[in-house]
Ligand binder design. Structure first.
Ligand code: GLN
Length: 503
């Protein structure tokens, strides 16, 4: 055991030194070429695209930053990659990430720790789609694909001063995306500004394209119904002035936690003032189940992960542990393969998930977490002006009494258009400090991103301006954070407009 750990550690350390780039040099060696048909279709316009390494793109390996998938190739494009290639995207390379998307700082990769940019190399770039965000920030790509299960697109955007968009669950196909936690996984987009994201999602019609290969992709009819309910809000880029006029933004009081960095609190207030100047209203709202959302997420996500990762046994999938390849008893091969193939964070999630799904713990953990998830969703549905088009109307009516009680307890007017809160409780932390954190400390960082994931709602992180003390060098260096705007289900187009006006 010890030997293989030492070897693995050595591999990680030596590869860290070598692989600082967000797009790993090894994988970007594949020269991307653009076909004439693509150029013709797009009037000669192409978009340089970075693809997170858990999304299949032909011509590149897909390793999920895990030893167990070293050298793995998938012989087709993920639907989202195909869709973007058809729209003129050229895949520049695969971007570094946390192993299987499990992490918050892109430090759990078996190959590389992603470093931040802008003279902030010592700081976390966020995770798990850290490489995608850094590729965009460095100009290696104009658009990047990430995945967001509990904040993995929004967090890196917040830490690299970029824009990270997590669409409504079921909007973008997950086919060809290696699953982490299926009920939460979404494909997300990262860019320097909202513009390329709005163009791809709305103007180029991604929001209307279902995918039969992904059973959780919203079918055509439901897309049309949801879209019809949001008529009038379809254009993502209206005249900039006036986009905020008349809208109400809710400030969830539960998000004003003690641990919130004072700079982030300042930036949040500044954003609220900007909204008022632009003719919007800002009101406090209460999302009481928020305090349980993080615990529910860290039960549900590992449970689904444990189940998803069980296929990597060295026989059906995954790099076999070569020393044990010929072992006649498969149990040893499984165990050795998984022992050397997975990193410690992934193993922690597998153990956690297997436990919460076991018969003795199921009722107390997994079932409870599902109930909390429902409450989180109901909290959101209660505060938004628009109703949730996926809401089961009957269930809603049955719980009317409970609704009334809750409404009376809620602060401020019942209905808002969007919610406004930070993406992360702090500015980017030092990587050195991240390495010393306990797993629980690092999970805490996701406190503002997981509620929207549990509810399947669209959310975007845009750069937050933080007023700084010009004599304080550290403040000057970290004068940005992530400002998160959350919308009702399928209100993505309007969310993008609003984010564009606020950024
Ligand atoms: N940090 C969260 C986790 O580790 C979110 C990751 C994600 O969205 N992929 O699960």
């Amino acid at each position: 055991v010890r030997h293989s750990n030492v070897r693995a550690a050595h591999r990680v350390i030596s590869s860290q030194a070598q692989w600082r780039a967000s797009i790993s040099p090894r994988r970007s060696l594949h020269q991307a070429t653009v076909g004439d048909d693509v150029l013709a279709r797009n009037g000669g316009q192409t978009t340089r695209l970075a693809v997170k390494d858990n999304i299949a793109a032909t011509g590149f390996t897909t390793t999920c930053a895990s030893n167990i998938l070293t050298g793995n190739t998938i012989p087709f494009d993920a639907t989202i990659v195909r869709q973007l290639r058809e729209r003129g995207a050229v895949v520049m390379g695969k971007a570094g990430m946390d192993e299987f998307g499990m992490g918050t700082h892109s430090t759990t990769s078996a190959f590389e720790t992603v470093h931040n940019v802008l003279g902030l190399e010592k700081y976390s770039a966020g995770g798990s789609s850290g490489g995608s965000a850094v590729a965009v920030r460095k100009g290696e790509a104009e658009l990047a694909l990430g995945t967001d299960t509990g904040g993995s697109v929004r967090m890196p955007a917040a830490y690299t001063c970029t824009v990270g968009f997590k669409p409504s669950y079921g909007m973008l196909s997950r086919w060809g995306v290696v699953p982490y936690a299926n009920s939460l996984d979404t494909v997300g987009l990262i860019a320097r500004t909202v513009e390329p994201i709005g163009r791809a999602i709305v103007d180029q019609g991604l929001y209307l394209e279902p995918d039969n290969n992904d059973p959780t992709s919203l079918p055509s009819q439901a897309r049309r119904r949801c879209t019809a309910e949001r008529r009038g809000y379809r254009s993502w880029n209206p005249v900039k002035e006036g986009a905020i006029q008349g809208l109400t933004f809710g400030i969830p009081i539960e998000y004003n936690i003690e641990e919130l960095d004072s700079r982030i609190r300042r930036g949040w207030l500044t954003a609220a003032e900007k909204i008022q100047q632009l003719g919007g209203r800002v009101v406090p709202v209460s999302l009481p189940s928020t305090k349980n959302a993080l615990s529910a997420y860290y039960v549900i996500a590992p449970a689904e992960a444990a189940s998803n990762l069980s296929k990597y046994d060295g026989i059906r999938y995954g790099q076999r542990d070569s020393k044990h390849a010929s072992d006649s008893y498969n149990g040893i091969l499984y165990a050795k393969t998984r022992e050397s193939g997975f990193g410690s964070e992934v193993k922690r999630r597998i153990v956690l998930g297997s436990y919460t799904l076991s018969s003795e713990a199921m009722d107390n953990y997994f079932i409870q977490a599902q109930k909390v998830r429902r409450l989180v969703k109901k909290d959101f549905d209660r505060v938004f002006k628009l109703s949730n088009p996926l809401q089961d109307q009957q269930a809603f009516d049955l719980s009317e009494m409970e609704e009334t009680v809750q409404l009376e307890n809620k602060l401020g007017p019942a209905q808002v258009d969007f919610l406004l809160c930070p993406t992360a409780p702090t500015t980017p932390p030092l990587l050195e400090d991240v390495m010393k954190q306990t797993p629980l400390d690092s999970y805490m960082n996701d406190v503002f991103t997981v509620p929207a994931s549990l509810a399947g709602l669209p959310a975007i992180s845009i750069p937050m301006d933080i007023p700084v003390d010009p004599t304080n060098e550290e403040e000057k260096l970290l004068s940005f954070g992530g400002l998160q705007v959350i919308g009702q289900y399928w209100d993505d187009a309007r969310l993008l407009s609003v984010a564009d006006s606020l950024s």
